[in-house]
Ligand binder design. Sequence first.
Ligand code: BEZ
Length: 221
Amino acid sequence: MEEKEKNIPLIGDDFPEMTVNTSHGEIDLPNDFEDKWFILFSHPGDFTPVCTTEFYSFQKKYDQFKELNTELIGLSIDQVHSHLKWTEWIEEELGEKIEFPIIADGTGKVANKLGLIHGANETSTVRAVFIVDPKGTVRAILYYPAELGRNMDEIIRMVKGFQKSQEEGVAIPANWPENELVDDRVILPPAGSEEMIETRKKQEEDGEIECFDWWLCHKES
Ligand code: BEZ
């Protein structure tokens, strides 16, 4: 196994450039996904039950990801032939053809570079999710343990939230678009100056925004 690297990419960092071997051939990350969002997600291993449910669910939601200009790429410390045999099984037995590529990281080199190996088991990655934007910047990282499958709707919500935030210069509340306080409305970023506080108060008076206080304002999206 490769020695663990310390400089793993974090939120706000450029996704490291690398060529990866996948079930669809070689892919250059992040360049082959230029102008697209991509989700890189790792799983502990092929032919395992929770991972199989995850692949089935990711494939079921693949069209929704594509509508968001978002690509998927899986990863585990398995060989390409294992990925191919497993996805063949999923298609034959469960009726879903896995259409996105899966990185075959047999040496663990990519997993170490991205910080996907936690704890003592060096031949298995945790369930990590990297959300990377069209400029190749890491926007979010999620980690789940082996015993807990991921929620694809939350990952889709995050991509939608990032896109909304970017388009409208707003922040996204908890449980958006079904927030318990502001429903599907969006949050104005914290006021950074006295001038901005006055602007917020004026916007509230003019009915452009609503505020619980000047530092907690929301508006229609
Ligand atoms: C699973 O995918 O079912 C699984 C993988 C590794 C450890 C435990 C469960």
